[in-house]
Design a protein around this ligand. Structure first.
Ligand code: G6P
Length: 608
């Protein structure tokens, strides 16, 4: 939530900052602002609304000359998304400007203290206390001041700071919110995410909690809370600018849907060697594995649903019971987790606050934590005992697609890998599973190709009041993600129900023309789902079934159809979700929704 950028160099900062902010807009987009320094004076421009308005207000940055600056795009937590609450915030004496991503938990006490000292506040934000603290503690030494200030803060922050006494420098600090330094030629940058940096540089330094940075055009100094300089390795980012561009698609979401065959392939390929799954990143011996009594998968949002979908294969092939737990619930649940528990944490961004807290809770109870993460160097990746990257490339659309499918793919591979290590998967089965995994990218492509009618179906269903997604077993787990996709981008009320549960309440909601999306891909349980289709049809429902082309029974009952190639349900989620992603996308498009930036949402949820 919220994105911050900073620039110091030998050209105007504002256009660079605006470009960076555009890339970070997925993190929050209800207001935005820039602060630029010229001849020892800081000027600030803020808007409520999107970065596009900020570009317009500043004439694409031209109206704000100056070689150092900071910028912010906001997802409001404290105070409405107004211009006053937008960042950057200025100190009363105009000497400091700051941008902040995170939450200052003790801001109320600090605010009272500062008001008592005579400081006046212009916003309702938690952030503003920081800039007044800077003014209060400043005695001419920025490093010392920054350290003093952050020692007063409780909570999370990625901070960017300007001080008009040091016109060529920008400062940054990090605690529990992502922050990355970009190293350029005669210019340096910071940003919440590498996507904001790749247009300028691929050489980056990942800041750790407790790190501070002092940047000018020709130097980057990282120091710690004692003021001592810390030496840090730089990393080269492998993907390029195009990976974070729309590349001819109308929306990032559509581009990312279409990228899934490649993303899943990139996730699988480096882990297959001579027909065997190899996870170099997991050093767990067979004996250690045999000591595990249960597996707990924890995550938020779609990542949690990826866990729900992967649970079946994992449980079946390892024989170890698998529980799924929402991270926001697990963290406060006094969970029964100990050193005999394997905790699998799933996160695209690696920065989700609840996921990180749940992970810490599990570790504190002695569990071994394996993380499935997309963003390299993220907090989840750093905290885990074993980190498995999904290699999906940057995901920009707020609603995840390739993030989800690559996460489930890793779970499938783990199921086979662990199952074999535990001696529960025979050679013959192993070879069969390997073949199925190797074919996933091709089957995903087929699922895309088989549904050219998704856009036409969207025209029929887009004005529905509510949609019901039903399925059993693996189909139910996938329905959960299908319904979430629909509601988050199209704003239609969509709910997933275990098909067998309909008769215990939900069926009361079915009336003439209620759309029911029935997932019928799990062959073991298909007859049962068919009975539920018949039941809802008897009550007037319009049934859109998702199934195989030759599934005559379902074809004859359904009003409309979406298809996937015929596959075993053990690894079907990554294929089955495709038509549902496409349907959600086209329904949202029909409804004129802002697909890549749905209202009230943000991609990286760094608050509780
Ligand atoms: C937000 C995103 C979802 C995502 C969830 C968890 O709600 O919009 O797409 O599934 O956070 O995020 P994570 O980065 O931990 O996977």
């Amino acid at each position: 939530m919220c994105g911050i950028v900073g620039f110091a160099g030998l050209r105007d900062a504002a256009p660079v900052l605006l470009d960076g902010l555009k890339k970070l807009e997925y993190r929050g987009y209800d207001s935005a602002g820039l602060a630029v320094m010229k001849d020892g004076t800081i000027s600030v421009t803020k808007v409520s609304g999107r970065i596009a308005s900020l570009c317009e207000r500043t004439d694409e940055g031209r109206s704000m000359p100056g070689f150092t600056g900071i910028g912010h795009t906001r997802w409001a937590t404290h105070g409405a998304p107004t211009e006053e609450n937008a960042h950057p915030h200025l100190s009363n004496d105009g000497r400091f400007a700051i941008v902040h991503n995170g939450i200052i938990e003790n801001y109320i006490q600090l605010r009272e203290e500062l008001i008592g000292q005579g400081y006046h506040f212009d916003s309702e934000t938690d952030t503003e206390v920081i800039v007044h603290l800077l003014e209060m503690y400043y005695r001419g030494n920025m490093r010392k001041t920054l350290i003093k200030v952050v020692n007063r803060l409780k909570g999370s922050y990625a901070l960017g700071v300007l001080c008009s006494d040091e016109p060529e420098k920008i400062y940054a600090a990090r605690e529990a919110s992502p922050l990355i330094i970009g190293l350029g030629l005669d210019e340096n940058y910071f940003a919440s995410d590498v996507t904001a940096l790749v247009a300028n540089t691929r050489n980056v330094i990942y800041m750790d909690d407790g790190d501070f940075a002092e940047l000018s055009g020709d130097s980057v100094v990282i120091f710690d809370g004692t003021g001592r300089t810390v030496s840090k390795e730089s990393t080269r980012i492998s993907w390029d600018v195009q990976a974070a561009e729309k590349g001819g698609f109308d929306h990032f979401m559509l581009k990312e849907i279409m990228e899934q065959p490649g993303a899943v392939k990139a996730t699988i390929a480096p882990r297959i060697s001579e027909g065997r799954i190899v996870f170099d990143e997991i050093d767990i011996s067979s004996a250690e594995l045999a000591d595990i009594r249960k597996t707990v998968i924890t995550a938020c949002g779609s990542a949690y649903y990826a866990g729900c979908a992967g649970k079946y294969a994992l449980e079946k092939l390892t024989g170890i019971p698998v529980e799924t737990a929402l991270a926001s619930e697990l963290r406060y649940s006094d969970p029964l987790i100990d050193e005999h528990t394997l905790v699998i944490v799933i996160s695209q961004s690696g920065e989700t606050a609840d996921t990180i807290a749940a992970m810490k809770e599990c570790r504190a109870r002695g569990a071994r934590v394996l993380a499935i993460v997309n963003v390299v160097g993220s907090t989840v990746a750093k905290l885990a005992d074993h980190t498995v990257y999904t290699w999906a490339g940057p995901e920009i659309a707020v609603a995840t697609t390739k993030g989800y499918t690559t996460q489930v793919t890793v779970l499938y591979m783990l199921a086979v890998f662990f199952g074999e290590k535990l001696g529960r998967v025979s050679k013959k089965e192993y070879d069969k599973y390997m073949m199925m995994i190797a074919r996933l990218p091709r089957h995903i492509q087929q699922a895309i190709d088989m549904n050219p009618l998704a856009a036409a179906l969207a025209k029929k269903y887009h004005s529905s009041k509510a949609l019901f997604f039903i399925g059993r077993n693996t189909d139910y787990a996938i329905a959960l993600e299908g319904a979430l996709k629909m509601k988050e981008i199209s704003y239609l009320h969509a709910e997933a129900y275990a098909a067998g549960e309909l008769k215990h309440g939900t069926i009361a909601l079915i009336e003439e023309h209620t759309p029911v999306i029935a997932l019928c891909c799990n062959q073991k349980i298909m007859e049962k789902t068919l009975s539920n289709i018949v039941e809802v049809k008897a009550r007037g429902a319009e049934v859109l079934a998702l199934t195989f082309r030759d599934n005559q029974k379902i074809l004859s009952e359904a009003d409309d159809l979406l298809f996937i190639p015929k596959v075993d349900s053990i690894f079907s989620a990554v294929i089955e979700i495709l038509p549902l992603q496409l349907l959600a996308y086209y329904v949202a498009r029909e409804n004129g929704c802002d697909i890549d930036k749905p209202k009230n949402l943000a991609k990286s949820v760094t608050v509780e």
